[in-house]
Design a protein around this ligand. Structure first.
Ligand code: PSU
Ligand code: MN
Length: 300
């Protein structure tokens, strides 16, 4: 694992750092939007006073913080793999390039000593065919703070929320009482806790870490100008039926569904995805700052 010098320095001096995942770059968004977005997220984190650490697999090495040329090469590489926990070791051994999922990024960021991580939407339980993201299990055993706009809208939200509860993942609605639904700011499902400020989110995370709770704290940040929930559900239903009919499963399922609802919505879901990613990066940087001002989370 290679720590970028700027990231290493920030961690040493307890300056705020925000980890960013990279499957959204390699598999979540169309080219060349993906590169622009990746660069924009890093810039947003910097503007908000934190150091960005985009995590990816670069030529068989885990990189925590990428050089600009590496970010560009990753975004342009159509053969880049999707690194989750089940293939991470093999991808390293084989010298591959890969985007890291939420599961892999959370694991690696925590290992590197980073406390805050921003993504778009987390993976979860798919309605059909049977598929469940490794994000859920990893979030249950990695004490890191993750900012997302909710589980991705292609998922069975009720089942995903149940899983998060069962697995003991701490959930904080950011200025909301209901689970945000990625492209939509609100779903019908109530959350167990709510915070109003980055400081309150940081305090809840520190309290959980102080106890030594094993799981992540998920800050759920509703998209500011989202799409109507029922509308998105209709696109998702059609895309899901197509996936079932054509036999798309496993790690190909999430990328297929995201691309298909983007086509069905005339690009509206991609526009929403870009917006929520930027909003989450900003909030994550604010929380990272609040954490570092509070002395940082107590370590186990
Ligand atoms: N957030 C986005 N777009 C994405 C993802 C997240 O806005 O493409 C990625 C994340 O890396 C997440 C992955 O971990 O999709 C989920 O894939 P799966 O369901 O196969 O675990
Ligand atoms: Mn899967």
């Amino acid at each position: 694992m290679r720590l970028h010098p700027e990231v290493a320095k920030a961690l040493q001096s307890r300056k705020p750092v925000v980890a960013l995942e990279s499957t959204v770059i390699t598999h979540g968004l169309p080219r060349p939007t993906n590169l622009e977005l990746a660069q924009t997220l890093e810039a947003i984190v910097r503007e908000a006073g934190a150091v960005p650490a985009t995590i990816a697999v670069v030529k068989g090495q885990v990189a925590v913080g990428l050089e600009p040329e590496e970010l560009e090469a990753l975004a342009k590489d159509e053969g880049a793999e999707k690194a989750s926990l089940w293939n991470l070791g093999a991808l390293l051994a084989q010298g591959k390039w890969a985007g890291t999922t939420v599961a892999a990024t959370a694991f690696l960021a925590h290992k590197a000593g980073i406390s805050v991580f921003a993504t778009g939407g987390i993976g979860g339980v798919h309605p059909h065919p049977y598929d469940e993201s490794a994000d859920l299990l990893e979030l249950s055993r990695t004490p890191i703070l993750v900012v997302s706009a909710g589980p991705k809208s292609i998922l069975n939200l009720a089942a995903t929320l149940e899983r998060l509860e069962t697995f003991g993942v701490a959930l904080l609605g950011y200025r909301t009482d209901h689970l945000p639904a990625f492209h939509s700011p609100k779903s019908p499902y109530p959350l167990p806790a709510r915070v109003e400020t980055p400081e309150e989110a940081a305090q809840a995370f520190q309290a959980a870490r102080g106890l030594g709770l094993p799981g992540a704290t998920l800050v759920l940040n509703p998209i500011s100008q989202g799409l109507p929930f029922e509308q998105v559900q209709r696109w998702v239903e059609q895309a899901t039926q197509e996936a079932a009919r054509t036999g798309i499963t496993s790690r190909a399922l999430t990328p297929f569904l995201l691309r298909r609802i983007s086509e069905l919505s005339g690009g509206q879901t991609d526009a929403a995805n870009l917006r929520l990613l930027q909003e989450n990066a900003r909030l994550a940087a604010e929380i990272a700052r609040a954490l570092s001002q509070g002395g940082g989370p107590s370590r186990r």
